[in-house]
Design a protein around this ligand. Structure first.
Ligand SMILES: *Cc1c(COP(=O)(O)O)cnc(C)c1O
Length: 463
């Protein structure tokens, strides 16, 4: 399998090159040159465990790592999960919850970032290269990325987070890791400042190549690939075909579901659930993608206006026509809005925005009715799913509705307590309390960050 960019200037990359490139060098996103049709495999795949399914599916997209090695990397990635079959399905009345939060940092991002870490380690080792990861986080990504690469000798990871604006638990999850390849930067600024610094550093081509900078954000193709597996897994366990309801921020998670559907898994519908940051809900209603103001909500990992992975979806919407895509993205960059002309066909994919009261009510209701605790992100999805039960399409051809649970409730104790009256806990988080935090405070200044990076790098960078 080879990889190409949505913007049309990059093609013929191997998987390993795509892995290391992250964002394509023409600023587009990498996608596979073809989407494999797995319908002939479905009967054989139905009873596989999660790891077995990953080992059957992922090699269809990777032909430059030998299969035995790849199987081992996949098995090792998921050995860190705290559940027999990596992910879990919970039945709540007419709705199934797909729990993806049994990894080391208790968010679905572990499913992709544990594998990404192992893939980096393997490919860098083979090539005798090293990589310095620079990332910005508003919470969950930082800890999951750190956990994926901690202790690896070919990688250093630098994660910037806005001082005082990530939760105390999230800060502990990042800064109590004591491996010396992990560097947490507490930046005097907002999340946007962190992201702007990251973008500016990456835009300095000379610095980027001298210090072998790499990224782990959700535009990395390997993250999308890893996420396809659980949609396949859950859809094969539904009798009537699955409708997935996905709490969405950067569109990475739901884009994996879209690919799973295109590969031939029995997926009937995809419901994109957003919080008050409703750019996607407005797009699916009107066909216009228009930037709004960022609102702070109870589901901070979804407080995003411009969804970086949406470009991949648009590319397929435009039937892989890079010229149309580039024109759309240029219009959006220039005006903060662009339109596809009319509302998209919502048969396969639709979107709903869920507000604060609805989110709290969903957490309250599920706790009272089923004694089950949702985190605020999953609650956004649950509310959207409940609504969908009454949708005419669903009444006509009922499907199994699956809500994707993206985080363990104990990661967001304040919101859960507000909704349910009691504070959730988890042993992994309890164990962090009292550990030493390792972090470097830096001013909101790009040169301060660049200098810190250079000072910390242990070995001489290769030119
Ligand atoms: C990152 C995250 C999301 C959003 O996922 P996207 O792939 O950005 O759409 C939702 N919930 C939680 C808990 C997250 O950490």
């Amino acid at each position: 399998m080879k990889y190409k960019s949505t913007r049309g200037q990059v093609a013929g990359l191997s998987f390993s090159d795509a892995l290391l490139m992250g964002l394509a060098s023409d600023e587009g996103l990498l996608v596979p040159e073809t989407i494999p049709d797995i319908r002939p495999d479905l009967d054989r795949w139905r009873d596989l465990t999660f790891v077995e399914l990953a080992q059957a599916l992922i090699p269809k997209f990777i032909d430059d790592i030998d299969p035995t090695t790849l199987h081992g990397l996949i098995a090792d990635s998921y050995a860190t999960f705290n559940h027999d079959d990596v992910v879990a399905l919970q039945q709540l009345d007419g709705i199934t919850v797909l729990e993806l939060f049994h990894g080391p940092t208790l968010a679905f991002k572990d499913v992709a970032l544990q594998l990404l870490g192992k893939l980096f380690e393997h490919v860098l080792g083979e090539r005798g290269q090293r990589l310095n990861i620079l990332g910005a986080t508003s919470g969950d990504t930082g800890s999951a990325a750190i956990d994926g690469v901690r202790g690896q000798k070919n990688i250093d990871i630098f994660i910037m987070y806005p001082k005082g604006r990530v939760s105390p638990l999230q800060e502990m999850q990042m800064t109590t890791v004591d491996d010396d390849n992990v560097h947490c930067i507490e930046l005097e600024g907002s999340f946007d400042d962190c992201q702007n610094i990251m973008k500016t550093v990456f835009a300095d081509a000379q610095y980027k190549s001298t210090y072998q900078l790499g990224a782990v954000n959700s535009v990395n193709w390997a993250r999308v690939l890893a996420q396809i597996v659980y949609y396949g897994y859950a859809s094969l366990r539904s009798s009537a075909g699955a409708a997935f309801c996905v709490p969405t921020g950067n569109f990475g998670n739901v884009f994996a579901a879209y690919l799973a559907q295109r590969m031939g898994f029995p997926i009937a519908h995809l419901l994109v659930a957003t919080n008050d940051n409703d750019i996607l809900a407005r797009f699916f209603a009107t066909g216009t993608y228009a930037r709004g103001e960022v609102h702070q909500t109870l589901s901070p990992a979804m407080d995003i206006q411009v969804a970086s992975n949406f470009e991949r979806f648009l590319y397929y919407h435009f039937e892989q026509d890079s010229d149309r895509l580039v024109a759309f993205m240029q219009e959006f960059a220039a005006n903060g809005a662009a339109s596809i002309g009319a509302p998209p066909d919502t048969q396969l994919m639709s979107s709903v925005a869920v507000n604060r009261e609805q989110t709290l009510a969903a957490m309250h209701e599920v706790n009272t009715q089923f004694g089950y605790v949702l985190d605020p992100h999953t609650a956004v999805g649950y509310h959207a799913a409940r609504n969908h039960l009454d949708h005419p399409d669903h009444r006509e051809t009922p499907t199994d509705i699956v809500v994707v649970a993206t985080a363990h409730p104990a990661k967001f104790p304040e919101a859960v307590e507000e909704a349910t009256g009691s504070e959730p806990t988890h042993p992994t988080l309890e164990a962090l309390k009292g550990l030493t935090m390792h972090r470097q405070a830096l001013p909101c200044d790009i040169d301060a960050v660049k200098t810190y990076l250079v000072e910390q790098l242990r070995s001489e960078p290769r030119a």
